[in-house]
Each structure stands twice: as structure tokens, then as C-alpha cells.
Design a binder for this molecule. Structure first.
Ligand SMILES: C[S@@+](CC[C@H](N)C(=O)[O-])C[C@H]1O[C@@H](n2cnc3c(N)ncnc32)[C@H](O)[C@@H]1O
Length: 273
């Protein structure tokens, strides 16, 4: 099979399905987009063809491309992704952008709760090399992937702790707490398309609000005065999250929208009274 023929096997021209097939073939052949375009007549080896067809089959069963290629771009980083991690989403980059827009100390001390691949913690560590960055996750194999990503990008200043939210973190105060916790209700229709990603990364009780509530309740004890809590949440949860922040005494409460125009990030500042 030639490259040109292989690319016709999935989706209409210019469709997202076709683009995914292009990315998959770039990965299988270790070529970039331009090289692939220039070599439409090149014949795939038997092994390349088998790996490509197997990848197409996995895509058609709903598996994310990142699990097949083993990596996902996020912010300025190429992150290793495994079945132990959530695939980082472009909308989470809004959380990184939001944090970078805040007035924070030069040597901010921060924690990313539920770091997954390390997407948020490592992007911020890359942008702000003087920050003291801690990243946690409840699941040790996930944390190992995040640690591997830190080494891959020489972000060796980032520290990692296996912890259920704040439980195993040594007593200290942060200038910034960030989290993209599980926030989907178990009965949400979106779960039908998310079956290949770890449930522990996605689902929370109380209509998806249980983990957000734990973090909001506990965060003030871990924040310096003027410190910020920045949270990702579901498109329909911003009002509930703002209310929880207000009840816990946060000020300057705001919500930011994602690339699709949905409420996605809410934040508040903690003031010592
Ligand atoms: C939605 S994923 C976010 C991953 C990553 N921060 C990102 O934005 O791509 C939620 C993460 O929280 C972790 N997690 C779930 N429950 C947790 C808990 N009780 N304590 C700490 N981490 C938890 C999961 O293992 C998962 O990696």
C-alpha cells in the first residue's frame, strides 16, 4: 500500500477523522507533515502497514490517538501519555493561561492536585523556572508518567507526592493551588465516549462536584494570604463552584471560558482576616 492510498482509508478529505489518520501515519513512519505530503507514492513495508491498520482499528473503537502514539502536545510540551493517565485537553491550557495572568510572587510556591501527565504543573514550571512546583496524584503509576515527563523536559525542579488531595502533603502554605479534578457525573452522557480513559480521572460524586468541594473546603488552610485557588470544572458547574468559593470566604471570584465558549475555569483569592 502507498502512503496516498493509506491516507484514503479513513474519513472524508479535510475531516478530523482524516487528520487523525495523517497524524497516525506520521507517527508510524516517523515523518513530519511535509515529508508525508511529499512521499505519497512511497510504499509502506508490511510491518508499517500492519501497525497503521491496527492503529486505525483502535481509533474506530473510540480509543484516543494519544494512547496509540503514546504522546500528546500540551502548551509547549510533548507529554508522554499512557492508559494510566487522562489525555490532557486543549481547554486545560486556559487554566495555565489564567494562572500566568495573575499577579503572583516571583518565587511562587504552588501545588497541582491530581497532576495526571503533569500537564499543568510542568507547563507552569517551564514558563516560571523560579517557582517551587509540587505535583500530586492519588495513583502512583500516573505519578510515574508525570515524573517521566518532568525528566523528558529537564524540569527536574518539580517535586512529586502520591497523595489523596492534601492528605500526604507535608504541612506548608502555598501562594497558588491549581487542580483539574474529576468533575463528571457518573450518569453523564459524555461518559459513553470516554470509556478508554481512567474512571478515577473523570468521575466524581454529587453531580460531579464532590472533589471540587473537598479541594475548595480544604484549600484555605494551605494558602498564604492573597494566595489563589484556580480550578477547572464542567461547563455547567461554574455557578455551583463560585458559590462554594464564596461560602469558603474566597474573594475576587471569577470564571473564564474555554476555547468552545463554555465556562471552564473558576478562581478565587484567599485573604487572611
Ligand atoms: C481530570 S484528571 C486531570 C489530569 C491533569 N491534571 C490534566 O489536567 O490533564 C484528574 C486527576 O486527578 C487524579 N485524582 C483523582 N482523585 C484524586 C484524589 N482523591 N486525590 C488526588 N488525585 C486524584 C486522577 O488520578 C487524575 O490524574
Amino acid at each position: 500500500m502507498k502512503i496516498g492510498q493509506a491516507l484514503n482509508l479513513r474519513g472524508e478529505t479535510d475531516s478530523y477523522e482524516r487528520q487523525e489518520a495523517v497524524w497516525l501515519l506520521e507517527h508510524v513512519l516517523n515523518l513530519n507533515a511535509i515529508e508525508l505530503k511529499m512521499r505519497q507514492m512511497q510504499v509502506l513495508t508490511h510491518e508499517q502497514e500492519q501497525v497503521f491498520l491496527d492503529g486505525l482499528m483502535r481509533l474506530s473503537k473510540g480509543e484516543p490517538l494519544a494512547y496509540i502514539t503514546g504522546s500528546q502536545p500540551f502548551w509547549s510540551l510533548d507529554l508522554t501519555v499512557t492508559s494510566d493517565t487522562l489525555v490532557p485537553r486543549p481547554d486545560t491550557e486556559i487554566l495555565v493561561e489564567t494562572v500566568l495572568s495573575l499577579d503572583l510572587p516571583f518565587q511562587t510556591s504552588m501545588v497541582d492536585l491530581g497532576t495526571g501527565t503533569g500537564a499543568i504543573a510542568l507547563s507552569l514550571a517551564k514558563e516560571r523556572p523560579d517557582w517551587k512546583v509540587l505535583a500530586t496524584d492519588i495513583y502512583f503509576p500516573t505519578l510515574e508518567v508525570a515524573q517521566g515527563n518532568a525528566h523528558k523536559h529537564s524540569l527536574n525542579q518539580v517535586e512529586f507526592i502520591c497523595s489523596a488531595w492534601f492528605e500526604a502533603i507535608p504541612a506548608q502554605k502555598f501562594d497558588l493551588i491549581v487542580s483539574n479534578p474529576p468533575y463528571i457525573d457518573a450518569d453523564d452522557a459524555h461518559m459513553d465516549n470516554l470509556g478508554t480513559e481512567p474512571r478515577r480521572a473523570l468521575v466524581a460524586e454529587q453531580q460531579g462536584l464532590a472533589d471540587l468541594q473537598i479541594i475548595i473546603d480544604q484549600a484555605p488552610s494551605w494558602l498564604n494570604s492573597n494566595g489563589w485557588l484556580v480550578l477547572e470544572h464542567g461547563y455547567d458547574q461554574s455557578e455551583a463552584v463560585r458559590q462554594l468559593l464564596q461560602k469558603r470566604g474566597f474573594v475576587q471570584i471569577q470564571t473564564r471560558k474555554d476555547y468552545g465558549g463554555n465556562d471552564r475555569i473558576s478562581l478565587g483569592q484567599h485573604l487572611l482576616r
